[in-house]
Ligand binder design. Structure first.
Ligand SMILES: [Zn+2]
Length: 260
């Protein structure tokens, strides 16, 4: 089981080294902005490294929305990130499930997801696995609770789609962690990546506030059980920089009985 962290994009391999991480996730552009990613000068070094790379798409992306002025640039930005992630031989591109606005029909949101994959297929398909991540909040989300996730996966049935399970988002989003992996896999058939985070917000609070693994409102033993059951690579997106994340990675290795 490869274990790593979400890190600053300036020098991901140095960040991996300070955390003894076997995997890193980072942004390729401002996560709150619409700028397309620039080619990285360290692409060769990143590709050659014995560290698995994951790219997180910007938070502004929402391919589900009925708002054209968000949805259309979201598709383009997602495809641009997939191309840039492929340049790095990234293992996956993580993108949030998105949502529709209050009063809009969620069914259209799921169909907008299908259109996003159709749009990518027109130019040969996404060149890296796209991992859709469950989210914590909102009443009109496509991937907050598993009933919505099942409808999303129905809509995407024709395409190869990956899934990223965020433990903080599941708990804060209102899904019990007990047996969660089985219930997710019954829908998606797969978990490609786990975002291992404790949660500052309580169960079903809707709050996306990550905490270190032994802090927060989730029993750390339950977190470890979910991660073990998922049997997928793990990225911690926890606070405290190299110290906090390094401790979280060491905690997981100890609990899971794996060596770096
Ligand atoms: Zn996450």
């Amino acid at each position: 089981m490869r274990i790593g962290a979400h890190v600053d994009p300036a020098d991901p391999l140095a960040e991996a080294a300070t955390r003894a991480a076997e995997a890193v996730q980072f942004f390729l552009s401002d996560p709150q902005g619409w700028k397309a990613p620039e080619p990285r000068e360290d692409a060769d070094r990143l590709r050659a490294a014995d560290v698995d790379l994951y790219v997180h798409a910007p938070y502004v992306i929402n391919v589900a929305t009925l708002n054209n002025r968000i949805r259309i640039p979201s598709r383009k930005l997602l495809l641009g990130h997939a191309a840039a992630a492929a340049q790095l031989d990234a293992r996956g591109l993580i993108v949030h499930g998105g949502h529709v606005n209050a009063g809009d029909d969620l069914a259209v949101g799921f169909d907008n997801w299908r259109k996003t994959f159709a749009y990518a297929a027109d130019s040969g398909g996404f060149p890296v696995p796209v991992l859709i991540e469950n989210t914590a909040g909102g009443d009109n989300a496509c991937a907050r609770r598993l009933d919505a996730l099942a409808r999303l996966w129905d809509a995407l049935g024709d395409y190869e789609v990956g899934f990223c399970l965020d433990t903080c988002h599941a708990h804060a989003g209102g899904e019990e962690l007990l047996d969660l992996v089985d219930r997710v896999k019954a829908i998606t058939g797969r978990i490609d990546l786990v975002h291992a985070n404790n949660s500052k917000g309580g169960f079903n609070s809707g709050q996306d506030r990550h905490d270190n693994l032994d802090g927060g409102t989730i029993d750390p033993e339950l977190l470890v059980a979910v991660i073990r059951a998922a049997d997928a690579p793990v990225i911690v997106e926890t606070p405290g920089g190299a110290t906090g994340q390094g401790a979280d990675i060491a905690f997981l290795r100890e609990q899971l009985g794996t060596e770096a």
